[in-house]
Design a protein around this ligand. Structure first.
Ligand code: F6R
Length: 260
């Protein structure tokens, strides 16, 4: 795993976004896996700015989101589809039919999940997958104890995740407890994974993911077995890591090699 530790939280967004922009330059028809939540918002702003100010085009790109609340319609303000429209899709030139978010209202969710997997495969798989991480180490909505080989399916959210996400819901809104999420096996098939995390609340999950054992108790630890994962952190999210100095040394060496 490549671990990049940055002082400034804004830099996490810029560096995270750079992996998507570099890939898009090499392959305009890139297939991106996307996430919702607080973590990616600043990164999406970087992509929007690259489109507006630098003429970067997403017109040939395809996107697949990690997850959606089950029982929530795409046009509901709490849906992850709505989140993606407001925070990214409405501001770039991606073709609407090339953006995919699991259907939270699917009548037959099992078939819908299988179909989601097939759609990813039809596009040749995901080139670069963006991940945030839950305080309990979840990626997508793969909560602790999720099979490390899991595919897109219905998952029950943990109490901790429901509490963490309660901040997005008003008191009178019913908060979903189920989701449709790509599996850990689905995520592991992405050619590159970029996980971003900021803030002290993520420090333990980051420590367990990078320096703990590979375990279904911390789903993100499975990324230790991925061939090309980059984890971009601010100093707070990195603060529990034992080997911070080494990760920083590795980055310095990498920069020297790239400059040579
Ligand atoms: C959202 C998702 C989740 C979030 C995670 C962190 O699509 O897949 O795994 O990335 O819950 O959420 P934030 O960024 O809000 O802390």
């Amino acid at each position: 795993m490549r671990v990049i530790i940055l002082e400034d939280t804004d830099d996490v967004a810029h560096v995270g976004a750079s992996f998507f922009l570099q890939h898009l330059e090499l392959k305009p028809a890139s297939v991106f896996g996307l996430a919702t939540g607080s973590s990616p918002v600043a990164l999406y702003n970087c992509l929007i700015n690259a489109h507006r100010n630098d003429g970067v085009s997403f017109s040939r790109a395809t996107t697949f989101n990690l997850d959606e609340y089950y029982g929530i319609a795409a046009d509901h303000v709490q849906s992850y589809r709505h989140f993606m429209q407001v925070n990214l899709f409405n501001h770039i030139d991606v073709v609407p039919s090339s953006t995919h978010v699991p259907d939270g209202m699917a009548e037959d969710p099992i078939t819908a999940c299988l179909r989601y997997e097939e759609s990813i495969a039809e596009q040749g798989g995901i080139d670069v997958q963006l991940l945030g991480i839950g305080r309990n180490g979840h990626i997508g909505f793969n909560e602790p104890s999720s099979s490390l080989a899991s595919r897109t399916r219905i998952k029950t959210l943990t109490k901790e995740t429901i509490e963490d996400n309660a901040r997005f819901f008003s008191k009178d809104e019913v908060q979903p407890t189920l989701s449709l999420t790509m599996g850990i096996g689905t995520i592991m098939e992405a050619k590159k994974v970029v996980l971003i995390a900021t803030g002290r609340a993520k420090a333990k999950a980051i420590k367990d993911s990078i320096e703990g054992p590979v375990s279904a108790s911390c789903p993100a630890s499975m990324l230790q077995l991925h061939r090309d994962t980059v984890i971009v952190l601010d100093s707070e999210a990195a603060s529990d890591l034992d080997n911070q100095a080494f990760y920083q040394f590795v980055e310095e060496q990498r920069q020297k090699l790239e400059a040579a």
